[in-house]
Design a protein around this ligand. Structure first.
Ligand code: ADP
Length: 177
């Protein structure tokens, strides 16, 4: 019994989150330095349901979370209906968008589609608690941080896979009680 309990406490958010070791890094969007073309490339080359938005790649400070479908729709609409939005337009998720030189194309402001408080846990959080949070709050995804820096993501499917794995290894896992 004790061993089982120990086992169930062993798995932490860092063990379930993506990216795993040797995976390519998390696909993120920066808050005010990517162009329409940059973001279009990301949504074309990846199929993730959403992307964390960070202050900068170097800082990895989390600003929010944006859904792929909202990005696609907003960019498509802006390209059709908003004057001056072109491939080289900068996308800005911040409240205040710094003015650019007069010669540069219009900025595409997308703050309205940003979820400013995505759920986060630290990498040390036991998976038991993460599973509980997913169940109780009906989360679709949860971001993982370490010392305030974005580290990874856990989706509902990742959690379900983790539960199935636990069940295989330990049919009486307390996760099912
Ligand atoms: P699902 O888990 O339902 O298939 P996604 O398509 O969003 O949802 O994610 C697929 C896998 O990629 C999951 O294992 C998830 O942890 C991971 N993932 C999700 N978003 C990102 C991202 N922005 N960058 C890297 N990996 C991601």
């Amino acid at each position: 019994l004790e061993a089982k309990e120990e086992f169930s406490h062993k798995t932490r958010a860092m063990d379930v989150m993506r990216p795993r070791k040797n995976d390519p890094p998390l696909t993120v969007i920066t808050q005010d330095s990517m162009t329409v073309e940059d973001v279009e490339t990301i949504v074309t080359k990846t199929t993730y349901s959403g992307y964390p938005v960070v202050v900068s790649r170097a800082s990895q400070r989390l600003v929010g979370f944006v859904l792929r479908r909202d990005l696609i729709i907003s960019i498509e609409n802006a390209r059709k209906k908003q004057d001056g939005i072109v491939s080289t337009s900068v996308i800005c998720f911040t409240d205040y968008c710094p003015p650019l030189p007069p010669s540069s194309p219009s900025v595409l402001k997308l703050r309205s589609i940003l979820d400013l408080s995505p759920f986060t846990v630290t990498d040390e959080t036991p998976m038991e608690i993460v599973v509980d949070i997913f169940r109780k709050l009906g989360l679709r995804q949860c971001l993982v941080t370490h010392n305030g820096k974005l580290l990874g993501i856990i989706t509902k499917k990742d959690v379900l896979k983790h539960i199935a794995q636990m069940a295989n290894q330990d049919p009486n896992s307390i996760l099912f009680n």
